[in-house]
Design a protein around this ligand. Structure first.
Ligand SMILES: [Zn+2]
Length: 703
């Protein structure tokens, strides 16, 4: 039956549907039955949507109009909470040739592919729903908040700040501080760049009441599987008896401050400089809102008392949306298949020893088997590092967070380890981790395990790579030394021929460890670290910087203690001044702080270098003796090739051991094959050693 097409050719549907999927304008479309069905479905959809809207509180539909700066990029225009005008979605105008399956509650301006694809399949886990609470968009903004909203920086529209422009940085820092000081959970609104980063919640999403149980003996951040939508008020309820436990609620995992002095080389800021906030849980009910939104955590202080506790604290979190999260050994297959579709834009992959935070899009389609393998792999990785550093147990997990902007380096160590968004995918790609390893992540984990007992001046970017080499073997099955592409044997030869010429090259310094590890195994190095962790003499050598200066040293110590106290007081003063709007007090305190920094620098310059050298020589001496004992061979002459100490006392002690030197070592001819170092000068250079010389390296992790 040939039916002529309707006279008025319908416009192409707005959805991005390939032509091949368009239904043919055939007999069914022209039948009255079709339109009856369609209208009926439309009515059902309208009813469902109205129900939905009724549930969803009076969330403002018009944030766009209230914030003048919103008119720029399209991603910003779409607020996370805009509900579609019901009539448009559910009343099918006769001209629309859509398949007979209308999608009811789908907002019209679909910016993200994710929205229809995932969100509509998600089943809210909590049975207790609450309305969302956002500030009144019609209320006038405080001037500090307005200034913060006008400070725009996002991945697609970075803010340029020339590194030499100290005045601009200082102004920005003040704007940022004042903005956060004025955030009020009852009146908070989303920042105009929140949608661009950290991202928007897939609406419609239920706001829920979640109860989490947190073991007191595990310190630092506890993931909760919940997410604060930008600007929305979150309420935390704790048992009255736990108000003095020192708990802190946190929104946001991106805790790198781009205004910090470490970030001086950052010229393009791809996000607002500070996007996380915290509040002490020191009473029964506490509220917090974050204009950028973010994953919600409970922080547990890691003191001895808590460490011995067997208690669990139950905390109720009200008003958040659910976030994709996988916990190794806990999450079941069906839970994961639902959870990975949860509406939050950030997801967490969790095991006892590691938590990976990534944009949810990277795990939306991750299978249960891969999620399990991934977190087993991270468990193994952290266990490998813990083993090599001879750590017995840990009270918290490591964390890796990808970010639109970090303060320093291409990645840097600390809690969490920070990397850029382009590393996010790799952090959850188990096949790639197993096949290629990941030097960057392993290197930063190495920093977190590094100890000053065996890390000398100039070795910060060296001893961390012992962990990277070890993980490359254990996790990715590489041969010793193959993890980064350098020829370790050739570099060791070059180093022995001219230690001075290569003393600043992180990989040449690393190559010194290659032959003994190859000959005596990682176990000999691991046992050396284990032995050194408990040795008083090396701890003493480590502390020599001050001590071996005698009376002058003790004076310095006292002076430094006094300065530390004063710094702490000044910090408190500045915070109080910000709260009470006492500009003059704040300026005075800041001026004094600046003076203190200068004084500290002078102290270090005058006294530091001298004793540092002595203590390093002593530490190397103890290290070589200990490793020799563990290896059952005299490593003294080998390390002496690189200019390490080999004193008479060492000779006496080590000579009874088996003599040892690698084959053809040290090289006799100056024409040794040059080592290739092709990876320098790229991103890898940052990983190799120049990344976070001043970053927040923390080797005090977890122990
Ligand atoms: Zn590094």
């Amino acid at each position: 039956m040939a039916v002529p097409p309707p006279k008025r050719q319908p416009p192409r549907p707005t959805a991005r549907r390939p032509a091949s999927e368009q239904p043919e304008a055939g007999s069914f479309l022209s039948s009255p039955l079709f339109w009856v069905c369609f209208a009926f479905l439309g009515l059902i959809a309208a009813y469902l949507l109205q129900q939905r809207l009724a549930e969803m509180n009076q969330r403002p539909t018009a944030v766009v109009e209230k914030t003048p700066e919103i008119a720029k990029p399209p991603v910003v225009i779409e607020t996370p909470k805009v509900e579609p005008p019901p009539v448009v979605v559910v009343t099918p105008p006769p001209v629309v040739v859509e398949p007979p399956k209308p999608e009811p509650a789908k907002p019209i301006p679909v910016v993200e592919e994710e929205l229809p694809k995932f969100n509509r399949f998600y089943k809210t886990v909590s049975t207790r729903l609450v309305p969302a609470h956002l500030g009144d968009p019609k209320a006038p903004l405080k001037k500090e908040v307005k200034a913060g909203h006008e400070l725009r920086a996002s991945p697609n529209a970075p803010l340029h700040v020339a590194s030499g422009d100290a005045a601009k940085r200082a102004t920005l820092r003040k704007t940022v501080e004042d903005y956060w000081a004025k955030i009020d959970p009852d009146r908070c609104l989303p920042h105009p760049d929140a949608d661009a980063f950290p991202g928007k919640v897939l609406e419609p999403a239920d706001r829920v009441i979640t109860t989490v149980s947190i073991p007191v003996n595990r310190s630092r951040w506890h993931s909760t599987g919940t997410y604060a939508a930008p600007g929305e008020r979150i309420t935390f309820r704790i048992p009255a008896g736990d108000a003095d436990l020192g708990l802190v609620a946190r929104i946001g995992c991106h805790n790198d401050d781009i205004t910090s002095d470490f970030a001086i080389k950052r010229e393009d800021w791809h996000r607002f400089p500070v996007i996380t906030n915290t509040i002490a849980l020191n009473k029964r009910v506490v509220e917090l809102a974050n204009p950028f939104g973010g994953p919600i955590y409970i922080e547990m202080p890691g003191n001895d008392k808590n460490g011995k506790s067997r208690d669990q604290i139950r905390i109720e979190i009200v008003g958040a949306v659910e976030a994709p999260n996988f916990t190794l050994g806990k999450t079941t297959r069906s839970e994961w298949e639902n959870s990975r579709l949860a509406p939050a834009p950030w997801a967490e992959m969790i095991c006892d020893k590691m938590v990976i935070s990534v944009p949810s899009k990277h795990i939306r389609e991750l299978s249960y088997a891969d999620a399990t393998e991934l977190m087993k792999t991270w468990t193994e990785t952290v266990e490998a590092c813990d083993w090599l550093a001879a750590w017995k147990d840990r009270r918290s997990a490591e964390r890796i967070v990808s970010d639109a902007e970090i303060s320093i380096g291409w990645m840097h160590s600390g809690y969490p380890i920070k990397c850029y968004l382009d590393s996010a995918k790799d952090s959850v790609d188990v096949q790639k981790l197993r096949k290629e390893g990941n030097w960057g992540f392993f290197h930063e984990l190495g920093h977190n395990h590094q100890s000053s007992l065996w890390t000398y001046a100039g070795y910060t970017e060296v001893t961390c790579n012992l962990f990277a080499l070890y993980c490359m073997e254990k996790i990715a099955g590489k041969k010793l030394g193959d993890g980064h592409g350098e020829d370790m044997a050739a570099m060791a030869a070059e180093m022995a021929l001219d230690p001075k010429a290569h003393g600043a090259s992180a990989f040449h310094l690393l190559s010194q460890y290659y032959h003994p590890i190859k000959q005596f195994g990682w176990i000999s190095l691991q046992q050396t670290f284990a032995e050194l962790n408990g040795r008083k003499d090396i701890k003493k050598a480590d502390g020599m910087v001050k001590k071996n200066l005698g009376i002058a040293g003790r004076e310095v110590e006292k002076q430094q203690e006094a300065l530390d106290k004063e710094k702490h007081q000044l910090d408190l003063k500045i915070k109080a001044a910000v709260r009470e709007k006492k500009e003059a007090d704040k300026a005075a305190a800041e001026a004094r702080l600046a003076e203190i920094f200068k004084e500290e620098k002078k102290i270090k310059e005058a006294l530091g270098a001298l004793s540092k050298h002595d203590s390093d020589e002593r530490k190397k001496d103890i290290f070589v003796r200990t490793w020799s004992q563990e290896a059952g061979a005299n490593l003294g002459p080998y390390f002496a090739n690189f200019g390490w100490p080999y004193t008479d006392s060492m000779k006496t002690m080590l000579t009874p051991l088996k003599p040892w030197m690698p084959a053809n070592f040290p090289p006799t001819k100056p024409g040794t094959k040059p080592a290739k170092s092709t990876l320098f000068g790229s991103k890898n250079e940052a990983m190799a050693g120049k990344d976070e010389a001043q970053g927040d390296n923390q080797s005090t992790n977890a122990q």
